[in-house]
Design a protein around this ligand. Structure first.
Ligand SMILES: [Zn+2]
Ligand SMILES: [Zn+2]
Length: 311
Protein backbone atom coordinates (compact mmCIF):
# COMPACT_ATOMS: atom_id res chain seq x y z
CA UNK A 1 0.00 0.00 0.00
CA UNK A 2 1.73 3.17 -1.11
CA UNK A 3 0.19 6.47 -0.31
CA UNK A 4 2.29 9.58 -0.29
CA UNK A 5 1.64 12.03 2.52
CA UNK A 6 1.74 14.94 0.10
CA UNK A 7 -0.13 18.12 0.82
CA UNK A 8 -3.87 17.97 0.92
CA UNK A 9 -6.49 20.49 1.74
CA UNK A 10 -8.55 19.98 4.82
CA UNK A 11 -11.08 22.71 5.08
CA UNK A 12 -12.42 23.87 8.36
CA UNK A 13 -15.94 24.87 9.27
CA UNK A 14 -18.90 23.52 7.36
CA UNK A 15 -17.27 24.29 4.03
CA UNK A 16 -20.31 26.15 2.81
CA UNK A 17 -19.90 28.98 0.36
CA UNK A 18 -22.72 30.20 -1.78
CA UNK A 19 -21.82 33.88 -1.66
CA UNK A 20 -22.64 36.50 0.93
CA UNK A 21 -25.72 37.95 -0.76
CA UNK A 22 -29.17 37.16 0.55
CA UNK A 23 -29.83 35.25 -2.66
CA UNK A 24 -26.62 33.27 -2.25
CA UNK A 25 -27.44 32.42 1.35
CA UNK A 26 -30.97 31.32 0.48
CA UNK A 27 -29.69 29.17 -2.37
CA UNK A 28 -27.12 27.55 -0.10
CA UNK A 29 -29.64 26.97 2.70
CA UNK A 30 -31.92 25.24 0.19
CA UNK A 31 -29.09 23.12 -1.22
CA UNK A 32 -28.16 21.96 2.28
CA UNK A 33 -31.65 20.47 2.59
CA UNK A 34 -31.54 18.56 -0.70
CA UNK A 35 -29.79 15.36 0.53
CA UNK A 36 -32.31 14.83 3.39
CA UNK A 37 -35.17 15.78 1.04
CA UNK A 38 -34.09 12.98 -1.32
CA UNK A 39 -34.34 10.46 1.53
CA UNK A 40 -37.84 11.67 2.39
CA UNK A 41 -38.93 11.51 -1.27
CA UNK A 42 -37.44 8.02 -1.80
CA UNK A 43 -39.07 6.67 1.36
CA UNK A 44 -42.43 8.23 0.46
CA UNK A 45 -42.23 6.80 -3.06
CA UNK A 46 -41.54 3.19 -2.05
CA UNK A 47 -43.81 3.39 0.99
CA UNK A 48 -46.77 4.54 -1.10
CA UNK A 49 -46.07 2.79 -4.43
CA UNK A 50 -48.77 0.31 -5.49
CA UNK A 51 -47.75 -3.37 -5.65
CA UNK A 52 -47.65 -3.49 -9.48
CA UNK A 53 -45.20 -0.57 -9.58
CA UNK A 54 -42.93 -2.11 -6.92
CA UNK A 55 -42.91 -5.42 -8.80
CA UNK A 56 -42.38 -3.92 -12.27
CA UNK A 57 -38.85 -4.97 -13.32
CA UNK A 58 -37.85 -1.45 -14.42
CA UNK A 59 -38.97 0.59 -11.39
CA UNK A 60 -35.79 0.19 -9.32
CA UNK A 61 -33.59 0.91 -12.35
CA UNK A 62 -35.59 4.04 -13.23
CA UNK A 63 -35.51 5.44 -9.68
CA UNK A 64 -31.78 4.64 -9.33
CA UNK A 65 -31.02 6.34 -12.66
CA UNK A 66 -33.10 9.39 -11.71
CA UNK A 67 -31.13 9.78 -8.48
CA UNK A 68 -27.76 9.64 -10.28
CA UNK A 69 -28.81 11.88 -13.19
CA UNK A 70 -30.48 14.52 -11.00
CA UNK A 71 -27.44 14.75 -8.69
CA UNK A 72 -25.21 15.11 -11.78
CA UNK A 73 -27.50 18.01 -12.75
CA UNK A 74 -27.11 19.57 -9.28
CA UNK A 75 -23.31 19.56 -9.83
CA UNK A 76 -23.87 22.12 -12.60
CA UNK A 77 -26.11 24.35 -10.50
CA UNK A 78 -24.00 24.55 -7.32
CA UNK A 79 -20.59 22.93 -7.70
CA UNK A 80 -18.29 22.27 -4.74
CA UNK A 81 -14.89 22.53 -6.41
CA UNK A 82 -14.09 23.81 -9.89
CA UNK A 83 -11.30 21.19 -10.03
CA UNK A 84 -13.89 18.42 -9.84
CA UNK A 85 -15.96 19.75 -12.74
CA UNK A 86 -17.25 17.01 -15.04
CA UNK A 87 -15.54 16.60 -18.39
CA UNK A 88 -15.95 14.23 -21.32
CA UNK A 89 -13.29 11.74 -20.18
CA UNK A 90 -14.65 11.51 -16.63
CA UNK A 91 -18.23 11.28 -17.88
CA UNK A 92 -17.59 8.33 -20.19
CA UNK A 93 -15.49 6.50 -17.58
CA UNK A 94 -18.26 6.96 -15.02
CA UNK A 95 -20.89 5.86 -17.54
CA UNK A 96 -18.87 2.71 -18.33
CA UNK A 97 -18.85 1.78 -14.62
CA UNK A 98 -22.53 2.58 -14.09
CA UNK A 99 -23.37 0.18 -16.93
CA UNK A 100 -20.88 -2.43 -15.61
CA UNK A 101 -22.33 -2.12 -12.10
CA UNK A 102 -25.94 -2.46 -13.16
CA UNK A 103 -25.27 -5.37 -15.54
CA UNK A 104 -22.25 -7.68 -14.98
CA UNK A 105 -21.55 -6.88 -11.31
CA UNK A 106 -25.23 -7.03 -10.39
CA UNK A 107 -25.58 -10.34 -12.28
CA UNK A 108 -22.51 -11.81 -10.56
CA UNK A 109 -23.61 -10.80 -7.10
CA UNK A 110 -27.11 -12.24 -7.66
CA UNK A 111 -25.88 -15.53 -9.13
CA UNK A 112 -22.74 -16.10 -7.06
CA UNK A 113 -23.82 -14.73 -3.69
CA UNK A 114 -27.50 -13.91 -3.28
CA UNK A 115 -29.00 -17.03 -4.90
CA UNK A 116 -26.72 -19.51 -3.04
CA UNK A 117 -27.47 -17.66 0.21
CA UNK A 118 -31.23 -17.92 -0.45
CA UNK A 119 -30.83 -21.64 -1.18
CA UNK A 120 -28.89 -22.06 2.08
CA UNK A 121 -31.62 -20.18 3.95
CA UNK A 122 -34.27 -22.53 2.53
CA UNK A 123 -32.28 -25.70 3.16
CA UNK A 124 -31.55 -24.72 6.76
CA UNK A 125 -35.17 -23.70 7.28
CA UNK A 126 -34.20 -20.17 8.37
CA UNK A 127 -37.20 -17.87 8.57
CA UNK A 128 -37.57 -14.27 9.68
CA UNK A 129 -41.28 -14.10 8.99
CA UNK A 130 -41.59 -11.61 11.90
CA UNK A 131 -39.69 -9.07 9.83
CA UNK A 132 -42.51 -9.06 7.26
CA UNK A 133 -44.86 -7.54 9.84
CA UNK A 134 -42.65 -4.71 11.10
CA UNK A 135 -43.50 -1.08 10.27
CA UNK A 136 -42.18 -0.04 6.84
CA UNK A 137 -39.62 2.43 8.24
CA UNK A 138 -38.18 -0.22 10.56
CA UNK A 139 -37.88 -2.63 7.63
CA UNK A 140 -36.05 0.03 5.59
CA UNK A 141 -33.74 0.75 8.55
CA UNK A 142 -33.00 -3.00 8.74
CA UNK A 143 -32.06 -3.14 5.05
CA UNK A 144 -29.83 -0.07 5.40
CA UNK A 145 -28.11 -1.46 8.50
CA UNK A 146 -27.60 -5.02 7.19
CA UNK A 147 -26.10 -3.87 3.87
CA UNK A 148 -23.97 -1.13 5.41
CA UNK A 149 -22.66 -3.32 8.22
CA UNK A 150 -21.21 -5.71 5.63
CA UNK A 151 -19.87 -2.89 3.46
CA UNK A 152 -18.20 -1.18 6.42
CA UNK A 153 -16.21 -4.25 7.45
CA UNK A 154 -15.38 -5.23 3.87
CA UNK A 155 -14.14 -1.70 3.18
CA UNK A 156 -12.12 -1.68 6.41
CA UNK A 157 -10.60 -5.05 5.47
CA UNK A 158 -9.65 -3.61 2.07
CA UNK A 159 -7.62 -0.90 3.80
CA UNK A 160 -5.91 -3.37 6.12
CA UNK A 161 -5.01 -6.36 3.94
CA UNK A 162 -2.79 -6.08 0.87
CA UNK A 163 -4.65 -8.50 -1.47
CA UNK A 164 -7.93 -6.73 -0.71
CA UNK A 165 -6.28 -3.31 -0.94
CA UNK A 166 -5.07 -4.10 -4.46
CA UNK A 167 -8.71 -4.45 -5.53
CA UNK A 168 -9.79 -1.23 -3.77
CA UNK A 169 -6.83 1.03 -4.68
CA UNK A 170 -8.25 1.92 -8.14
CA UNK A 171 -11.23 3.59 -6.42
CA UNK A 172 -8.75 5.73 -4.47
CA UNK A 173 -6.91 6.66 -7.67
CA UNK A 174 -9.84 8.77 -8.85
CA UNK A 175 -8.70 12.39 -8.87
CA UNK A 176 -12.06 14.13 -8.61
CA UNK A 177 -15.41 13.33 -7.06
CA UNK A 178 -18.69 13.24 -8.98
CA UNK A 179 -22.16 11.76 -8.56
CA UNK A 180 -21.41 8.36 -10.16
CA UNK A 181 -17.86 7.92 -8.81
CA UNK A 182 -19.17 5.42 -6.26
CA UNK A 183 -19.50 3.00 -9.18
CA UNK A 184 -15.85 3.38 -10.24
CA UNK A 185 -13.43 0.68 -9.14
CA UNK A 186 -11.85 -2.64 -10.01
CA UNK A 187 -14.60 -5.22 -10.81
CA UNK A 188 -13.36 -7.60 -8.09
CA UNK A 189 -13.78 -4.84 -5.52
CA UNK A 190 -17.21 -3.91 -6.87
CA UNK A 191 -18.28 -7.54 -6.50
CA UNK A 192 -16.83 -7.89 -2.97
CA UNK A 193 -18.43 -4.67 -1.77
CA UNK A 194 -21.82 -5.81 -3.11
CA UNK A 195 -21.86 -8.85 -0.79
CA UNK A 196 -24.35 -8.79 2.08
CA UNK A 197 -26.37 -11.10 4.29
CA UNK A 198 -29.64 -9.43 3.30
CA UNK A 199 -30.82 -12.55 1.41
CA UNK A 200 -31.11 -14.37 4.75
CA UNK A 201 -33.98 -12.09 5.80
CA UNK A 202 -37.63 -12.15 4.78
CA UNK A 203 -38.48 -8.57 3.92
CA UNK A 204 -41.00 -6.98 1.53
CA UNK A 205 -39.62 -5.99 -1.87
CA UNK A 206 -40.66 -2.33 -1.39
CA UNK A 207 -38.58 -2.06 1.81
CA UNK A 208 -35.56 -3.71 0.16
CA UNK A 209 -35.71 -1.40 -2.88
CA UNK A 210 -36.28 1.62 -0.64
CA UNK A 211 -33.23 0.71 1.45
CA UNK A 212 -31.13 0.21 -1.69
CA UNK A 213 -32.18 3.64 -3.03
CA UNK A 214 -31.65 5.33 0.34
CA UNK A 215 -28.10 3.93 0.48
CA UNK A 216 -27.55 4.84 -3.17
CA UNK A 217 -28.76 8.40 -2.68
CA UNK A 218 -26.55 8.96 0.38
CA UNK A 219 -23.43 7.56 -1.30
CA UNK A 220 -24.20 9.46 -4.53
CA UNK A 221 -24.23 12.76 -2.58
CA UNK A 222 -21.15 11.58 -0.63
CA UNK A 223 -19.26 11.34 -3.95
CA UNK A 224 -20.84 14.30 -5.73
CA UNK A 225 -19.35 17.67 -6.64
CA UNK A 226 -22.35 19.44 -5.10
CA UNK A 227 -22.06 22.19 -2.52
CA UNK A 228 -24.61 20.84 -0.08
CA UNK A 229 -23.80 20.47 3.59
CA UNK A 230 -26.79 18.79 5.20
CA UNK A 231 -27.96 19.60 8.75
CA UNK A 232 -26.28 17.87 11.73
CA UNK A 233 -29.16 15.44 12.20
CA UNK A 234 -28.31 14.03 8.73
CA UNK A 235 -24.52 14.04 9.04
CA UNK A 236 -24.69 12.36 12.45
CA UNK A 237 -26.14 9.23 10.85
CA UNK A 238 -25.32 9.48 7.16
CA UNK A 239 -22.08 9.90 5.22
CA UNK A 240 -21.64 13.29 3.54
CA UNK A 241 -19.18 14.57 0.95
CA UNK A 242 -17.14 16.07 3.81
CA UNK A 243 -16.67 12.66 5.46
CA UNK A 244 -16.05 10.80 2.23
CA UNK A 245 -13.77 13.37 0.56
CA UNK A 246 -11.53 13.06 3.63
CA UNK A 247 -11.49 9.28 3.06
CA UNK A 248 -10.34 9.98 -0.51
CA UNK A 249 -7.68 12.53 0.53
CA UNK A 250 -3.99 12.15 -0.18
CA UNK A 251 -3.22 11.92 3.55
CA UNK A 252 -2.64 8.26 4.43
CA UNK A 253 -4.03 8.43 7.98
CA UNK A 254 -7.19 10.21 6.81
CA UNK A 255 -7.92 7.46 4.29
CA UNK A 256 -8.03 5.00 7.18
CA UNK A 257 -11.17 6.58 8.61
CA UNK A 258 -14.75 7.23 7.51
CA UNK A 259 -15.13 3.77 5.93
CA UNK A 260 -18.94 3.81 5.83
CA UNK A 261 -20.24 4.40 2.34
CA UNK A 262 -23.58 5.65 3.67
CA UNK A 263 -24.02 5.04 7.40
CA UNK A 264 -21.28 7.16 9.04
CA UNK A 265 -22.81 6.18 12.39
CA UNK A 266 -20.86 2.91 12.08
CA UNK A 267 -17.55 4.82 12.01
CA UNK A 268 -18.66 6.74 15.07
CA UNK A 269 -19.57 3.45 16.82
CA UNK A 270 -16.42 1.54 15.82
CA UNK A 271 -13.93 4.35 16.48
CA UNK A 272 -12.92 5.16 12.89
CA UNK A 273 -14.68 8.50 12.54
CA UNK A 274 -12.63 11.57 11.62
CA UNK A 275 -13.80 15.15 11.17
CA UNK A 276 -12.63 17.20 8.20
CA UNK A 277 -12.86 17.60 4.46
CA UNK A 278 -10.50 17.33 1.50
CA UNK A 279 -10.58 19.15 -1.82
CA UNK A 280 -7.59 17.33 -3.33
CA UNK A 281 -8.24 13.61 -3.77
CA UNK A 282 -6.17 10.75 -5.19
CA UNK A 283 -3.22 8.41 -4.75
CA UNK A 284 0.46 8.21 -5.66
CA UNK A 285 1.11 11.78 -6.87
CA UNK A 286 -2.50 12.03 -8.06
CA UNK A 287 -2.04 9.49 -10.83
CA UNK A 288 -5.33 8.98 -12.66
CA UNK A 289 -5.78 5.40 -13.90
CA UNK A 290 -7.34 4.43 -17.22
CA UNK A 291 -10.07 1.76 -17.26
CA UNK A 292 -7.47 -0.77 -18.47
CA UNK A 293 -5.16 0.12 -15.57
CA UNK A 294 -8.05 -0.09 -13.10
CA UNK A 295 -8.86 -3.61 -14.33
CA UNK A 296 -5.22 -4.78 -14.25
CA UNK A 297 -4.31 -3.15 -10.93
CA UNK A 298 -4.71 -6.17 -8.58
CA UNK A 299 -2.52 -8.26 -10.88
CA UNK A 300 0.32 -5.71 -11.08
CA UNK A 301 2.60 -7.43 -8.51
CA UNK A 302 2.18 -10.69 -10.42
CA UNK A 303 2.81 -9.05 -13.82
CA UNK A 304 5.91 -7.28 -12.46
CA UNK A 305 7.25 -10.53 -11.05
CA UNK A 306 6.81 -12.29 -14.39
CA UNK A 307 8.46 -9.40 -16.26
CA UNK A 308 11.42 -8.98 -13.89
CA UNK A 309 14.60 -10.87 -14.79
CA UNK A 310 15.35 -13.89 -12.64
CA UNK A 311 17.86 -12.91 -9.94
ZN1 LIG B 1 -11.45 3.26 0.77
ZN1 LIG C 1 -15.45 6.59 -2.59
Amino acid sequence: MEQLPISYAVLSGDGSHGGHSAHGRTKQALFNLIPPAYLVAITAFWGLAPKWLVEAPWTLTVVTSLITLSVLGLEWINERHAGWRMNRREFFTDLFYVVLGTTAISWASTRLAEDPLKALKTSLGISTEWAMHLPFLVQVAMVVFIIEFGQYWMHRLMHNSTPFWLTHAPHHHITQLNAAKGYVGNPIELFLISLSLLALFDLPLAAVFCGVNVLGSISTFAHANVRADPPKVYSLFFTTIRHHSLHHSTDYESTRCNYANSLILLDRLFGTYREGEASVVGQDDLKRLSIREQFAFPFRPLIERIKSPIA
